[in-house]
Design a protein around this ligand. Structure first.
Ligand code: ADP
Length: 224
């Protein structure tokens, strides 16, 4: 599926004025394409992801997912599109306190009516791939480090096999080797499943895995 933003402008209220967080941004990410976005803090990267995820509605411009103009959908249809097709990894891992790491992923399967052995195996394989061993997979979020929770969060997003994957600073709590492994996994899943992936990162050491690197500056998106 293709994610497309066309001439998107988004402003926030700023006292009596408006602050322009996205300034005529256009971006198309095709199936299997891994796009990285870099840029200083406050340049609009998180806002870009929120608009792409249809969590924020732009003042101007369009966001299309799989050729559908998301503004033309009913609120319910947009929520379903987001739930079924869009994977969002925020910096803060939003894990369920009562569930173990493995159960965080299995719960995604259950929501879709999949309680199969295969789903459990896939959860384990993904957690292995982000470097959580069997003992850690049985731990609850409060028994894991920040970096481990971040990796569970990423594994959970990948488990859902979204058509569009939006990832905000996936390596912020990880050392270089673990960060590199996670980004390699994102690249691999993107290619294998034909995902349209956008990753926001500060870590310029990890950009060699991306098909394309763009820079955000003052709400504008430019080739790096
Ligand atoms: P980045 O992710 O690159 O750090 P953001 O998208 O978070 O950038 O922010 C872009 C600009 O919009 C910044 O100037 C920020 O202060 C402002 N901003 C972000 N969120 C809000 C909000 N909810 N209300 C008002 N201003 C905001």
């Amino acid at each position: 599926m293709t994610l497309s933003l066309t001439d998107v402008t988004l402003t926030y209220p700023d006292g009596d004025a408006r602050l322009t967080a996205l300034d005529h941004v256009s971006l198309t990410v095709g199936p299997g394409e891994f796009t990285a976005v870099v840029g200083p803090s406050g340049s609009g990267k998180s806002t870009l992801l929120a608009v792409a995820a249809t969590l924020l509605t732009p003042d101007r411009g369009t966001v299309t997912i799989a050729g559908r103009d998301t503004a033309a959908l009913s609120r319910g249809a947009r929520t379903r599109l987001r739930r079924d097709q869009v994977g969002i990894v925020f910096q803060q891992a939003n894990l369920i306190p009562a569930l173990t790491a493995a159960e965080q992923l299995e719960a995604v399967g259950r929501l879709r009516g999949d309680r199969s052995r295969a789903a459990r195996d896939r959860a384990r394989t993904l957690l292995d791939a982000v470097g959580l061993d069997a003992a850690k997979q049985r731990r609850r979020p409060h028994q894991l480090s920040g970096g481990e929770r971040q990796r569970v969060n990423i594994a959970r997003a990948l488990f859902a096999e979204p058509a569009v994957l939006l990832v905000d600073e996936p390596t912020s709590a990880l050392d270089h080797d673990r960060g590199a492994r996670v980004v390699a996994l994102l690249a691999e899943v993107t290619a294998r499943h034909g995902t349209a992936t956008v990753m926001v990162t500060h870590d310029t050491g990890l950009l060699d895995r991306a098909d394309r690197v763009l820079t955000m500056a003052d709400g504008r998106l430019e080739p790096a």
